[in-house]
Design a binder for this molecule. Structure first.
Ligand SMILES: Nc1ncnc2c1ncn2[C@@H]1O[C@H](COP(=O)(O)OP(=O)(O)OP(=O)(O)O)[C@@H](O)[C@H]1O
Length: 288
């Protein structure tokens, strides 16, 4: 459905924000992860037709998205990192404006707004101004506007920032229920959210693609590279200067830790199944 072919983006002369990126995305939930500055937001903004790449082309249903932006925009739901500037509007008015921009109107639009505000648990606050909303409530308004018009391409930039644990669980359930026949591309630093929702994962580093496969394949790639150890404080301090630590629990004089290493780091260390976060740390470790 979505083909990204040799896409590069250069903002300044210094370096490429995206470097010759090629990807083919079909229906499903895709996690987009990578360190700060890897190019995730740049990629999402290009896919949302907000930014033009310096090189390469992108096809949506085999049509170039920059020659035919409306073909894509009609099927697009985009949740940017923030949508400031609308704080004087109520939640209902904000979603209504976005609906009108998407070409919806009348009873059809009214019904959709009511249904979507209900789905994101904001019906009771529909006529409150956005400036009185918490970070989590604003995120939920963003989700409601994203879903207007039943889009087939959903782009979400850091969607769970500001959500409390209960809202995060609701959000994961909502996104998982949307997956069929849609491409859902979620950029996040919260790898446990990606692990809970996505079946595929794209890893960017310094503008380059360094992984594009299932989450399970990434975890399998890191098997035999994640180790658990229970060791005294002194031994742990020595290990920590040599290896990337993924988790640490201190219990009086003893430390329980998990770490990334391509060989057994200590005779007390035992191999364990990697979490997605640990598999990602291992991939970055391989990338140097
Ligand atoms: N408008 C801009 N002008 C110049 N450079 C930019 C601009 N936007 C982004 N960049 C640079 O492009 C690179 C990629 O930035 P981008 O925001 O896409 O990364 P990211 O992976 O989303 O980062 P983060 O995880 O911190 O949000 C970075 O080096 C950034 O400094």
């Amino acid at each position: 459905m979505l083909q990204i072919e040799h896409v590069s983006k250069q903002y300044t002369r210094k370096r490429l924000a995206l470097n010759n990126l090629s990807l083919h995305l079909d229906a499903g939930i895709w996690g987009l992860i990578g360190p700060n500055g890897a190019g995730k937001t740049t990629l999402l903004r290009i896919l949302a037709t907000q930014l033009i790449p310096s090189q390469g082309r992108i096809l949506w249903r085999e049509k170039d998205i920059f020659n035919h932006p409306y073909a894509l925009r009609q099927e697009l739901g985009y949740l940017p990192q923030d949508f400031g500037g609308y704080s004087h509007l109520t939640a209902y008015e904000f979603v209504q404006i976005i609906g009108e921009l998407k070409g919806l109107h009348g009873q059809k639009l009214k019904k959709q707004i009511e249904e979507l505000l209900e789905i994101v648990h904001l019906s009771a606050d529909a006529h409150q101004r956005l400036k009185s909303f918490s970070g989590g409530m604003l995120r939920r308004v963003g989700i409601a506007q994203m879903l207007l018009g039943d889009p087939h391409l959903l782009l979400l930039d850091e969607p769970t920032v500001g959500l409390d644990p209960k809202e995060r669980v609701l959000f994961r359930e909502l996104i998982s229920s949307l997956a069929e026949e849609r491409i859902v591309l979620i950029s996040s630093h919260i790898i446990s959210d990606i692990e809970a929702m996505a079946t595929n994962v794209i890893v960017l580093n310094k503008g380059q693609l360094c992984w594009n496969d299932t989450t399970l394949a990434l975890q399998a790639h890191a098997s035999n590279s994640i180790w658990a150890i229970s060791i005294d404080t002194q031994g742990f301090e020595k290990l920590r200067t040599q290896y990337q630590i993924s988790t640490v629990v201190r219990r009086q004089q003893q430390v329980e830790a998990r770490l990334v290493a391509s060989h057994q780091p200590h005779h007390l260390a035992v191999p364990v199944e990697p979490s997605l976060e640990e598999a990602y740390l291992y991939l970055l470790h391989e990338e140097g």
